[in-house]
Design a protein around this ligand. Sequence first.
Ligand code: ADP
Length: 674
Amino acid sequence: MTSLSLAAPSVPVTRRRWLWWSMLVALIAVAQTWLVSLTIDFQASRAQQRVDATTSAVAGALRHRLFVDTQRLSALADSRQSAAAWRQEAQALLLSQRELLRVELRDRSLKIVDALDNPLHKPLFSDFPRDQLDFATQNACLAARRAGQPQYSQSYFVPLGNGLGEEVMDLCIARVVDDRLGGYLVGSISLASLLESVESPAVANDNEVSFIEGDGTRVVRTGSPHGAGVFVADRVVNVPGHSLQLHLDSASGRPGVIPNLTTALVLGLSLLLFGVVLVLAHDVRRRAQAERALGESLAFRKAMEDSVLAGLRARDMQGRVTFANQAFCDMVGYAPSQLLGRDEQAYWPARDAAATEGGQGGAGYETEFVSSAGRRFPVMIHESPLLDRIGRQTGWICTALDLSSQRRIEEVSRRQQDRLQASARLATIGEMASLLSHELNQPLSAIASFATGSINLLDEPQPLPVQPSLLRQALERIAEQTERAGRIIRSVQDFVRRREHERHAIDADRLIDTIMPLVRMQARRSACRVEIDVEQPTPTVLCDRTMVEQVLINLARNGLQAMEQVPPQVDPLLRIDVRRLDDGMVEFAVSDRGTGIGDEVRAQLFTPFFTTRDEGMGLGLSLCRTVVEQHGGSLDFDNLLDAQGRVVGACFRFTLPAAASRDDPLPVEHPSHA
Ligand code: ADP
C-alpha cells in the first residue's frame, strides 16, 4: 500500500519563513521612518521656500513703493507754483501716500521754510522739537547735494508721547532753480506705515515682518502673529544713501512628527493589510489545491483498497484493528464496524502461535483464520511495520491471502497421487503374489500328485512287491519339491535381507531434516503446527536410512491425518522427540493431538490391510513394525491423556540402535529376524 505523504513543513523551513517575516517587518519599519523624515524635510523646505518667496515679494514691493515716493516727492520738489498751490499739492501727496508723515521745504542753509504734516497722523514733531532730531536729515541733504540726486537718511526714532513714537527715515531732494541750488525738499517716511502699505493681509496673517539693523536689533515690526523663529528670511533693500534690512519670520513652526507618523502608519498598515490579503489569498489557493490533491489521492487509495483482491488490515501497537479493506471483511465475514477497534481473537485464534512461528520480519507466514460462519481456512500473511511521518512505528500493516482454493487444488492432486501410489503398491503386491503363487504352484501340485499317488499305492487291496520302492520314490519326490518351494521362499527372504546390509551411522537430526519438507507440506495442508525436539548433542543411529525415513514419514502422516477433524478449540500440534535411552538405543517419539486409538482399532493396528480410512491401505504400521524390528528395535504406541483422563492424542514410539560414532564402519552383526 502506498502511504499518503503530504509535504510536511520541516523545522528549517519554519525558521526560514520566520526570518523572511522579520526581515519584511524591519524593512517596512525602516521605510516608514524614512518616509516620515522625508515628508518632514520636504514640508520644511516647502515652508522655507514660501518664506523666501514672500520675503522677496515684500522686498520688491518695498523698492517699488519707495521708488514711487521718490518720484512723487521729486515732482513736488520741482514744482514752481505759488506757495499756496504748492501746499495744496503737498497736502494731496500726503493724503495719497500714507507712509509720508511730513514734507518740509528748506532753504539752501537747510533752514525749514515751510512744513506740512500728514493730516491723518499725529504731527510728527508735536512732542519733540525738530531741530534736536535733524542731524541725519541734514547729512542726507548734504549727500543729496553732493550726489545731485535724492538721498535717504539713516532712520531715527521720533517720540510721540505716552511711550509711543515713530521710526522715521527722511528723503532729501536738492531743488535746482536756474541751475543753482535753490533749497531742499525733505519727506519723512514712517517705516511702520511703509511696511503696512506693502504687505498683503495674507502675509500679515502668517508672518511677522520687520526691519532690523545690522546687529539684529528690531527697528519696526508688523504682522499679527509672532514669528516662531524657524522659517526666517532676510533681504536687503538698498535705497540711495541707506540700506534697509527686511526680516520675515513665519509663524508656523517645524513640521510635527505625529501627523506625519499617523499618515505613514495608516499608509503602512494599509499596505501591510494589502500584503496580508495577498498572502492569505495565495495560502487559501494553495490549501484548496492541497485539499483537492488530498481528496483525489484519498479517492484513489479507497478505490485501490476496494479493488485489490488481497485482504488489507492494519493494527495498532496494542493489536487492535485500525483498518480493514473490503476484501479482508469479505474474507473473514465481518462488517468493518465489527472489526475496527477490536482485537483479532474473533477471526484469528492462532494469532499467538503465528506470531511466534512468525514472520514479524516481513517475510510471509501461513496461519489460519476462522470466518464469522466458523469456517477455518488457511491464509498467507505478509506483515510489515506501519510507520508514521517521522518514521515512528505506530502498528502493523499486513496483506492476507486466502489459500483455501490453492489448498483444495493441492489436496485434489495429493489424493490423486495417494491413489496412484496405492494402486501401484497393490499392483506390485498382486504381481508378487501371482509370481509367488505361480512359482509355488508347481512344487505344490507336484507334491500333491506324489502324495495322491502314494495314498493310492497304500490303498491297493493287494500290495505289489514293488510297493515299498515306489512309495520311497514318491516320498523322495515330495521332499525334493518341498525343498524347491523352500528355496523360492528363501529367495524372497534373501531379497529382504539384502537391505539389511545397507546400514549407516547417521545423525538423528539429519534424518529429521530430510523428512521435514514433506512433513511440513502435509502439516500446512491440515493446518497443523510441527515441533521438533532432538536431544543435544544429537544422537547417532545405525540404520537403513531410506527405510527409517519411510517409518518416520508414515507415523507423522498418520498423526497429521488424525488431527484433520479436531474441534476449533484444539491447537493441532505434531511433535517429534528424539532422545538417547540407557540401553544403547535411541528413541523416536511421534505424538499428535488427534483422536487417539480406539479399543477396536488397537487390537488390529498392526494387522496388514487393516485401515479405517477410505483411501488407506492398512500396510503402513505393519511395514513400520517390520522395518523397526529388522533393525533390532521395537515399535509401540500409547494414547495421550489429560489431567481428567480424557484421550487427547496418540504417541507412537520406536527405537533404533545407537552408533558408537557417526563414522562407524558398516557393522556385520545384526540380530536376525526371519
Ligand atoms: P493407513 O494409514 O493406510 O490407514 P496404517 O496401518 O498406517 O494404515 O494405520 C491403520 C489405522 O490405524 C488407521 O486407519 C487409523 O485408523 C489408525 N491409526 C494409525 N495411526 C493413528 C494415530 N496416530 N491416531 C489414531 N489412529 C491411528
